[in-house]
Design a binder for this molecule. Structure first.
Ligand code: LIP
Length: 277
């Protein structure tokens, strides 16, 4: 059967390598930091330049395709997923890590057609790990196949989540209560690497057994979702229902048993949708 999106993925790989090099080069210079929605929602000139590079290169080659990019949306572009081939881009996932030179910083790109993710690329560019996955064709890190741990017992699992400033005290309390609820199962531990896409790749390669998060965006999840799925992982909504790319929340795990257990243990808090009017 022909694979119409292979050429797009090959091209994406080249652009992603270039973007990763741009990020590594920027780490050698002073980083000037700007604030977005809050004092802990950061952006740098590099986020903006890398997104410009990615979108302009891809648009030149595929002028009819659509784009949802973190920095373009921050600048007022729409964030609506349509049937059209769509590139969902986070130029630097882990901007706070980038600012601190904490080494989990990646370029994340997911490509959808008819709202289905066809491929994902996550380049953890300080570690120089290139994660790739195409629908039905497996997941890879630097060309070597990867798979989830297969762990089914939550009490033997390492769980990832992210903590962060929540403006609403109620949300903050729920986030902390959720961590307590998971830690007291008990699990082997909770870790917070600081990049949603890297977290998904850590589950995909078996270094962690689960990851849950509420309040992230489609550009944080699109690339990693393809990778964790193709590595044999489960990805779903925090309610236990089907994963929804625009819902701003997810659970991903090495097995359905672990994902279901996390869904039962955590309380959702409202975080809106990426495609809300
Ligand atoms: C970040 C995520 C991180 C999360 C932050 C933020 P950015 O993405 O990957 O895990 O805790 O809230 O969304 O802003 O660096 O692309």
């Amino acid at each position: 059967m022909s694979d119409p999106w292979k050429e797009c993925m090959d091209y994406c790989l080249e652009v992603t390598k270039e973007a990763g090099k741009m990020i590594r080069d920027a780490l050698q210079r002073d980083i000037s930091i700007m604030q977005k929605s809050s004092p802990v929602d950061l952006v740098t000139e590099t986020d903006q330049k890398v997104e410009e590079l990615i979108i302009s290169s891809i648009r030149k080659k595929y002028p009819t395709h659509s784009f949802i990019g973190e920095e373009s949306v921050a600048a007022g572009a729409a964030s609506v997923l349509t049937e059209n081939p769509t590139w969902i881009i986070d130029p630097i996932d882990g901007t706070t890590n980038f600012v601190h030179r904490f080494p989990f910083v990646c370029v994340s790109i997911g490509f959808t057609v008819n709202k289905e993710i066809e491929f994902g690329i996550v380049y953890s560019c300080i570690e120089e790990k290139m994660y790739t996955a195409r629908r039905g064709k497996g997941a890879f890190c630097n060309g070597v196949p990867i798979k989830v741990s297969g762990q089914e017992d939550i009490s033997k699992s390492l769980v990832l989540t992210e903590t962060g400033f929540k403006k609403d005290p109620e949300h903050f309390r729920t986030m902390m209560a959720n961590m307590e609820s998971i830690l007291t199962i008990p699990v082997h531990g909770i870790r917070s690497p600081g990049s949603a896409a890297v977290n998904m790749c850590l589950v995909a390669c078996g270094a962690a057994d689960a990851y849950y998060h509420m309040g992230i965006h489609c550009w944080d999840m699109a690339g990693g979702a393809a990778i964790v799925r193709e590595a044999g992982g489960v990805i779903m909504d925090v309610s236990g229902g089907p994963f929804d790319l625009m819902s701003r929340r997810l659970i991903t795990a090495s097995s359905r048993a672990i994902a279901d257990c996390i869904a039962k243990k955590i309380q959702p808090f409202p975080c809106g949708r990426d495609d809300a009017e």
